[in-house]
Design a protein around this ligand. Structure first.
Ligand SMILES: Nc1ncnc2c1ncn2[C@@H]1O[C@H](COP(=O)(O)OP(=O)(O)OP(=O)(O)O)[C@@H](O)[C@H]1O
Ligand SMILES: [Zn+2]
Length: 613
């Protein structure tokens, strides 16, 4: 049933009171139209937010449809932002919707554009984009509602410049990596074999080089120099095998190389197997004869395949992928493939290769279903979690729009613990945060004429009273006391253009007071004055860094289990506040001198910090 707009307004007015007017006048930005985004857009539209811009870079995939209910089968491969807008527009014709099929990091979404919004909602799935929006909202001074879900857990955080902590006030967990030797020589768990198949073997045969795999941690490399050298040699040999792609004996050559020859060499390294069972090579010919019966009809994704079934899937998927490479090559296209958990050919190859390797090392084989989860780092997305979280986002947005940010809470949704929903007060900004614990300066200049040297002399040293010990970053270091190569370069020649950010860091001696980092936002404007290529900014006091303990308010915890262990999968990577506490004490070099343990739950540190354990 379609409700008339006046009827809708009447109900909204009754339930929302004066807030209704603020909502109608609000212009919101929603970044991400995936799991949370679809639910959130429906809420925003039905609540009657006046204007909504939707940004999403992706197109709709079949696997999105179980929970991203604004999309149907007919929309597969169409841009999420546009389809979300079209579907949601039908829920409330009074809302003005604009869709952008684009990356939120595109330069045209600059600070000025962000400033045009009343409030921003993040419904993203990765750290990088979340960090970017956080930064832009701080620069534009627009409140941000950050949200994330992981399986049954969800979180909502309200971020407001200088009032609350920002997304980067706490460090975020980095994706898991494994020592390269564990992956290459001494796997002991299924995940080690899956990472090997996905990030090494697959890439060496069909994709880009293994050096780019983020899962490989080379930090232990020095201890294993000889082994690393051998592995490099093996990789070179594999490159030669790759050149045989398309020939009838390709599968046998690959198999014999990685599952026989390399393993035989490895098992010869007696020192390595003093405390472990040595690996057992497999033979292509004997498996080939054992596997004559073909795949059993019951070989489902959920079942753990036999060795012979893995062998057959390995050969078959290798053929399918080789054929794809040949087809691409014949069409004159790029011939690199990349692993995608939703691409059956790549998943079959990774699943079978991982299981063959597990067999060699005496590790339990896994079903294709389980391998898909592990290889794609998938924690199943739950529609209900997204729906509840999206609802919480709107509830928190109400408080922001009512100018009652002090009533806003950090909200956690969790299946563990006594209560599904727990909240805690918003924290004050972390004084040592590199993103929000900063001073800001708008710098208007002609980027083609302004030289880095004059910016330092006139703006930083004369006007802002910096000493000689500073460093300046623009993505990477462009100046410090020992690196003055760029002094004569124009901003433009250094890649600094309209909308660029520079970070100025005070590098004075440790016993001196340090200014907080200064974020300079560059605004490129042609300057007609021949004398001056920039507008001299007014003198402002750059605050000095100080370690400031969090306010008492922020130490009051509302629930026993706040569910703050949600993390990973990108969605739920809002960091636990306990990590923040740990970092705070590390940052300010405060060694807890006395710890009083209250059960296993709370550690009280005598300088006033509380840590949840
Ligand atoms: N930099 C970005 N700019 C714009 N949109 C982005 C950016 N990064 C991620 N997104 C979008 O954020 C949304 C996040 O949604 P969600 O977590 O449900 O992920 P998904 O890709 O739809 O699903 P899954 O990863 O579970 O297959 C996606 O639609 C994704 O395209
Ligand atoms: Zn911060």
């Amino acid at each position: 049933m379609t409700r008339t707009s006046s009827g809708r307004d009447k109900f909204a007015l009754k339930s929302l009171g004066v807030l209704h007017r603020n909502i109608k006048q609000a212009k919101c930005l929603m970044v991400g139209a995936g799991g949370i985004g679809c639910e959130l857009l429906k809420n925003l539209v039905l609540t009657g937010f006046g204007e909504i811009h939707i940004v999403d870079l992706d197109t709709i995939d079949l696997s999105n449809l179980n929970r991203q209910f604004l999309f149907g089968r007919q929309h597969i491969k169409k841009p999420k932002a546009l389809v979300a807008k079209e579907t949601a527009a039908k829920f409330n014709p009074n809302v003005k919707l604009t869709a952008h099929h684009a990356n939120i990091k595109d330069p045209n979404f600059n600070v000025e554009w962000f400033k045009s919004f009343t409030i921003v909602f993040n419904a993203l799935d990765n750290l990088d984009a979340r960090r970017h929006v956080n930064k832009m909202c701080l620069a534009a001074d627009v409140p941000l509602i950050e949200s994330g879900t992981t399986g049954f857990n969800g979180q909502v955080q309200v971020i407001s410049k200088a009032v609350t902590e920002c997304y980067d006030c706490t460090t975020k967990p980095v994706p898991k990596s494994f020592p390269v030797c564990t992956i290459r020589s001494t796997p002991s768990q299924p995940i080690h074999c899956i990472v090997w198949a996905k990030s090494y073997l697959f890439n060496e045969l069909f994709g880009a080089s293994e050096d780019e795999a983020p899962e490989f941690d080379h930090s232990e490399d020095t201890e294993n120099a000889q082994e690393i050298k051998n592995l490099r040699q093996e990789a070179q040999e594999l490159k030669r095998v790759r050149e045989m792609l398309g020939q009838s004996e390709f599968a046998e050559n690959v198999f014999e190389k990685v599952f026989n020859k390399d393993i035989a060499r490895l098992s010869e390294m007696k020192d390595m197997w003093k405390t472990r069972k040595p690996p057992t090579p497999l033979s292509f010919k004997s498996l080939f004869s054992d596997a004559q019966d073909g795949l059993s009809s019951s070989a489902s994704d959920q079942k753990v395949w036999t060795l012979e079934e893995n062998f057959l899937v390995f050969c078959d998927s290798l053929d399918r992928l080789s054929q794809r490479i040949l087809d691409l090559r014949n069409a004159g296209n790029d011939t690199l493939l990349s692993f995608d958990k939703d691409d059956e050919d790549t998943l079959d190859f990774v699943a079978a290769s991982a299981n063959l390797r597990s067999q060699i090392f005496g590790i339990d084989r896994q079903s294709k279903f389980d391998i898909k989860q592990m290889a794609g780092n998938i924690i199943p997305a739950i529609a209900t979690t997204n729906a509840i979280t999206a609802g919480l986002c709107v509830m928190q947005a109400f408080k922001v729009l009512k100018q009652q940010i002090n009533d806003a809470r950090m909200v956690f949704l969790s299946m563990s613990g006594d209560r599904g929903l727990t909240t805690e007060p918003l924290r004050t900004p972390n004084p040592s945060c590199q993103v929000c614990g900063v001073a800001r300066l708008d710098f208007e200049c002609d980027t083609s004429k302004t030289r880095l040297g004059e910016f330092i002399d006139v703006v930083l040293q004369d006007i802002l009273e910096y000493g000689p010990s500073i460093s300046i970053l623009h993505d990477k270091l462009i100046y410090d006391e020992e690196y003055d190569d760029n002094l004569n370069g124009s901003f433009e020649s250094l890649g600094i253009t309209d909308g660029s950010f520079l970070t100025v860091m005070d590098e004075s001696d440790d016993d001196q007071p340090h200014k907080v980092n200064l974020i300079v936002q560059v605004k490129s404007r042609p300057q007609n004055d021949a004398e001056q290529s920039f507008v001299k900014p007014a003198r402002v006091e750059i605050p000095v860094k100080q370690a400031q303990p969090p306010s008492l308010d922020s130490l009051v915890l509302s629930g026993k289990d706040t569910g703050r262990n949600t993390s990973s999968h990108g969605n739920g990577d809002i960091e636990q506040s306990r990590k923040r506490k740990a970092d705070d004490s590390l940052d300010s070099n405060q060694e807890p001198s006395k710890k009083v343990k209250a059960g296993e739950e709370i550690i009280i540190i005598d300088d006033g910090y509380i840590e949840i354990d």
